[in-house]
Design a protein around this ligand. Structure first.
Ligand SMILES: [Zn+2]
Ligand SMILES: [Zn+2]
Length: 168
């Protein structure tokens, strides 16, 4: 399935102004089914939290959100072990559903879910808004890596830090 043009925002947009969350969840499920990978309830919950969040979430934000939802639902097993969360995050990263922002140590949903694209983000240091602008070509770098340096890229995230239009 090609989601490249599912977005009306060809150039960039704030990753937290989501299109329909339910729709993106359906897309993710269909994607996992087509790939023959398991979208377990925990992975689904983690993905949903990242989709619903108003800002990039760290692993510990996710753990506390999951724990409080376990508390309110009266579940027996309220503790969420960090390695479980990291495994779910790793899964979502590998499936291209989310991106990791290393500079903030946080996760955001991918606006153009398709596997193995170079993700580029504009991160405002004043308001923490994050825009994904992954449709802008960065072929020069990736071709250099592959062809000249003989380097196999596993994950590519470009993080540009600065001040957004609204904050300037
Ligand atoms: Zn992306
Ligand atoms: Zn800003």
């Amino acid at each position: 399935m090609n989601h490249n043009h599912a977005c009306h925002c060809d150039h960039h947009h704030n990753v937290h102004q989501h299109h329909n969350i339910a729709e993106r969840m359906q897309d993710a499920k269909a994607h996992c089914e087509a790939r023959g990978v398991r979208f377990t309830p925990l992975r689904e919950e983690v993905y949903n939290l990242i989709l619903e969040a108003k800002k990039p979430l760290g692993a510990y934000d996710l753990i506390s959100a999951l724990q409080s939802s376990r508390h309110s639902s009266g579940a027996k097993n309220k503790n969420i072990a960090p390695p479980t969360i990291y495994r779910s995050l790793e899964f979502l990263l590998n499936e291209g559903l989310i991106h990791q922002l290393s500079s903030m140590n946080a996760y955001v949903p991918c606006c153009h879910p398709r596997s193995q694209h170079v993700a580029a983000f504009l991160i405002c240091q004043k308001c923490d808004s994050v825009e994904e602008c992954s449709n802008v070509p960065v072929d020069g770098i990736t071709e250099f890596a592959k062809n000249d340096a003989g380097f196999e890229i596993e994950r590519a995230v470009i993080e540009l830090k600065g001040v957004c239009r609204a904050c300037r």
